[in-house]
Write a protein that binds this ligand. Structure first.
Ligand code: 3PY
Length: 356
C-alpha cells in the first residue's frame, strides 16, 4: 500500500484505474519504502508531512529479501532497520531515484558505505550515487546502558539459572558468585563505560578501566576511569562490557587472545554487535571455565539457531537483541529516522546524518 497524507489528512489506497487530481498529486510525491512496522511517532511524522508516499512492511518480523528487493524499486527513500543489508544488490534493485537511506539504528554495519557513495555508469555516463544516510545515535544510549547493566547483573548473579533451581531448593547455599563491590569494570568504548559506569557506581565498583584508540581524560574523569592497554584490560577486568561499533578493526576482536588473558572469575558482556566476538572461541572459553560467564544481547547470526552450542551453556545468557527495546526509545528512534529521511529528501541537513 502506498500512502501519504491526503487533503483530508487520511490514508488512502491508490486504485490504479481511477486517476483523480488527488492521485496525480500523490504519484508525484517521493516514494519511500519502510522495511518494518516502525513505532507510531515515526509513522505519524511521515504521514503528517504530506511530503512522501510510503509503503510499509507491516510486521515485527524482517521483510523477506525478495520482497524487499521488489519493493524498493524506484524508491526515493528507504527507512530501514538493522536487519536489512543495504548493499550493491539492493541499491541496484532500487535504481537511480534513491536519494536517502535512513536507518532506525545507531549501528550502521548493515549499510555498505562504499556502495552508497560509489559512482555508477548509466548509459555511458558516470554518476555518483550521492545517497545520503541518516541514523539514530544518542536517543537510545540510556536504554542500551540500562539493558547492559541488567544483563551484567543477570549473568553475574546467575539469575536465569537460579530461576530453574527455585522449585527444588530453598536457600542454594553453594551458589556463590562475585559481586560488584570488589570488581573492576572494564570496557573498550569509553562512552559505553561511562554510561554503564554511572549506573553501576552506586554498586560501589572498585575501579573502572577502559581502553580506546587514545585516552580521553575529560570523559573518563566523570567516573574516574583509568586508561589501560588492551592486554591490561583483559588481565584486570572482572566484568568486561563491550559497547564498541562493529568495524573492520573490531571484527572478531573478542577471541581466544582476549579470553585467554582474562581472569577465571571474569564476566564478559556484549551489547554491541555479534561480529566483534569469535563465538567458537567464546564457547571454548566458557565451556572450559577459562572465564566465568557471558551475557550476550547480540550474536552472529541473529537469531542464533536453537541448536547453537552457546545455548547449551548454563553460564551464557543470550538475549534477542533487545537493548533499545523500550516504548520511549523506539518511538524516539522512529521519529528521528523519519525526520532524517524527510530532511534528506528535501535536500536539507538531516538532524543526524552519517558523513560518508
Ligand atoms: O540501534 C542499534 O544499532 C542497536 O543495535 C540497538 O540495540
Amino acid at each position: 500500500m502506498w500512502c501519504s497524507r491526503t487533503a483530508l489528512g487520511r490514508l488512502r489506497r491508490i486504485a490504479p484505474c481511477t486517476v483523480t487530481g488527488f492521485h496525480r498529486a500523490m504519484s508525484t510525491l517521493p516514494k519511500v519504502y519502510v522495511t518494518r512496522k516502525v513505532p507510531p511517532d515515526g509513522l505519524d511524522i511521515l504521514r503528517k508531512s504530506g511530503q512522501v508516499q510510503f509503503e510499509m512492511w507491516d510486521s515485527d518480523e524482517p521483510v523477506p529479501r525478495v520482497e524487499l528487493l521488489k519493493k524498493v524499486k524506484g524508491c526515493d527513500g528507504i527507512l530501514c532497520v538493522l536487519t536489512e543489508k543495504i548493499d550493491a544488490q539492493l541499491l541496484e534493485a532500487a535504481g537511480p531515484n534513491l536519494k536517502v537511506v535512513s536507518t532506525m539504528s545507531v549501528g550502521f554495519d548493515h549499510l555498505s558505505l562504499d556502495e552508497l557513495k560509489k559512482s555508477v555508469t548509466i548509459l555511458a555516463c558516470v554518476f555518483s550515487r550521492g545517497i545520503r544516510v541518516g541514523y539514530t545515535p544518542d536517543v537510545l544510549t540510556d536504554c542500551v546502558a540500562e539493558l547492559t547493566v541488567a544483563l551484567l547483573l543477570a549473568t553475574s548473579r546467575r539469575l536465569i539459572e537460579a530461576t530453574h533451581e527455585a522449585g527444588e531448593h530453598g536457600e542454594l547455599y553453594g551458589y556463590v558468585v562475585m559481586n560488584l563491590q570488589t570488581a573492576q569494570l572494564a570496557s573498550w568504548d569509553l562512552g559505553g563505560l561511562v554510561r554503564n559506569g554511572m549506573r553501576l557506581k552506586p554498586f560501589k565498583v572498585k575501579k573502572f578501566i577502559y581502553t580506546d584508540v587514545a585516552p580521553r581524560p575529560e570523559l573518563a574523569n566523570m567516573i574516574e576511569a583509568e586508561y589501560v592497554s588492551f592486554d591490561e584490560l583483559a588481565k584486570q577486568s572482572d566484568f568486561l562490557a563491550v559497547c564498541c561499533a562493529l568495524t573492520p578493526e573490531t571484527h572478531g576482536i573478542c577471541n581466544w587472545n582476549l579470553f585467554s588473558k582474562m581472569k577465571k572469575n571474569a564476566i564478559f558482556i556484549n551489547t554491541s554487535r555479534g561480529g566483534v566476538v569469535n563465538q567458537e572461541d567464546l564457547y571454548e572459553a566458557l565451556s572450559t571455565g577459562l572465564i566465568a560467564g557471558a551475557g550476550l544481547d547480540v550474536t552472529t547470526p541473529e537469531p542464533l539457531p536453537t541448536h547453537h552450542p552457546l545455548f547449551t551453556l548454563k553460564n551464557c545468557v543470550i538475549l534477542p537483541h533487545i537493548a533499545s527495546a523500550s516504548y520511549t526509545t523506539r518511538n524516539a528512534m522512529s521519529a528521528l529516522a523519519a525526520n532524517n529521511l524527510l530532511a534528506g529528501l528535501r535536500g536539507e541537513p538531516m538532524p543526524k546524518e552519517l558523513k560518508l
